[in-house]
Ligand binder design. Structure first.
Ligand SMILES: Cc1ncc(COP(=O)(O)O)c(C=O)c1O
Length: 390
């Protein structure tokens, strides 16, 4: 992304930019962080590096397009906020028509509630341990909370805490339909657990969830639904998920789908081979500086594992203006770039825009992101859910 500041916009006030971005005036928006923008910082060229920026035009396009996909498929969208971890963006998604949000960890849900989210929050995670149970009970008094469980122990822990603290929590029984992560292993197990949950005080059984939505899950879901109905158990919600799997969710019988990565990555989840990072669909950019040009075929940028991510997906990202340059390695604070295929001669001090490979993990490394439109910074947004792994 090259800076392209329209001179006509130079005189526009910060409030006007925020309003134009749809950020100011949204429920929960409390203005730029106390940190704010340093004096004289107006465009991406003024930012110190590395800095993570979000292209608002692309973000808004991704949000609009996903909402439209779900509308056409006839399946409600419950947005997963793990990708951006920013309440202001969750508000934008809800305003687009999302029916609720989903947070992988309780801490992220607390950050969203603190950012003004009052829509239904699903935590599709087994919440275990007294400290978390106390927090869940507290949160459930402020926001309608749903959690997923795959064991009687987890469900009973929540129920017992709520018997002490009061309040209600909605529950989905998680099914392992092939993802081989958490979830009960058969429709019969789902039925057995659901029966127990339905009798536990302060819990409201809502239905079932699975991840990811895959066609192979259909028989498991159908059999489970059949057993629930024959037993008279509630099945208001059959929740599937995964960016790019919205139509599959519908096909396998879900009545809500959870997608998250699309906000930054686009309608199809990015990966290293079939759909690598792409500046046309991906809304994030890391602005980095070339800090060393030690050899003709290698340059070093000022972002390493602590700026991008720790796993080695090679290449680590896409250098927007020089796609032939490949980030092939990461030290903790250095990015190693092979420039042997580039005719361009890189120089120390040059700035590059990189689309990170795993945008959600990368976000979790940053205190704030810069919301940008056509090179102009419209807002500094704290990544409120950053590091909220408990
Ligand atoms: C339980 C659950 N639901 C939904 C999602 C959203 O998937 P995606 O990031 O592909 O949109 C995830 C992603 O990790 C998940 O773990």
């Amino acid at each position: 992304m090259r800076t392209n500041v329209s001179s006509a916009l130079r005189g526009v006030s910060r409030r006007a930019w925020l309003r134009a971005a749809g950020i100011l005036g949204m429920s929960g928006w409390t203005g730029p962080s106390g940190r704010g923008l340093a004096a004289g910082v107006r465009t991406i060229d003024d930012l110190d590096t590395p800095s993570m920026i979000i292209d608002l035009d692309l973000l808004e396009k991704n949000l609009r397009e996903m909402q439209e996909v779900c509308r056409k498929e006839g399946i409600p969208l419950q947005v997963h906020t793990k990708t951006h971890k920013i309440p202001e963006f969750a508000h934008m998604q809800l305003r687009q028509g999302a029916v609720g949000i989903c947070c992988q960890k309780l801490g992220e849900a607390e950050a969203m509630a603190a950012g003004g989210i009052r829509a239904n929050i699903l935590v599709p995670y087994n919440i275990v341990g007294e400290q978390k149970l106390v927090r869940l009970a507290r949160l459930a008094k402020r926001v309608p909370m749903t959690v997923a469980v795959d064991s009687e122990t987890t469900a009973a822990g929540i129920s017992e805490q709520l018997q002490k603290d009061g309040g209600r929590v909605r529950v989905l029984v998680e099914l392992d339909t092939g993802g081989k992560r958490t979830g009960v292993q058969s429709p019969k197990d789902a039925l057995e657990l659901a029966r127990k949950v339905s009798k536990m005080p302060h819990l409201e059984l809502r239905g079932v969830m699975t991840y990811p939505s895959r066609l192979e899950a259909k028989p498991f879901l159908e059999e489970t639904a059949d057993l629930f109905r024959k037993s008279g158990l509630p099945l208001d919600e059959i929740s599937g998920g995964g960016t790019g799997a919205e139509a599959v969710s519908k096909q396998i019988g879900c009545n809500v789908t959870r997608s998250g990565s699309y906000a930054y990555e686009g309608l199809k989840r990015i990966n290293t081979t079939t759909n690598p990072p792409n500046p046309v669909t991906c809304a994030t950019r890391m602005i980095v500086t070339v800090v060393s040009t030690p050899t003709a075929d290698r340059i070093i940028i000022d972002g390493g594992q602590k700026t991008f991510e720790r796993n080695p997906p090679n290449p680590y990202g896409y250098i927007v203006d020089y796609p032939e340059a490949k980030i092939y390695g990461m030290s903790v604070e250095h990015g190693h770039v092979d420039v042997s295929a580039c005719s361009h001669k890189f120089r120390v001090g040059e700035r590059l825009a990189v689309v990170p490979q795993h945008q959600g993990v990368t976000t979790n490394n940053h205190d704030e992101v810069y919301a940008v439109r056509k090179g102009l910074i419209e807002a500094v947004l704290p990544v409120a859910g950053r590091g909220k792994v408990r």
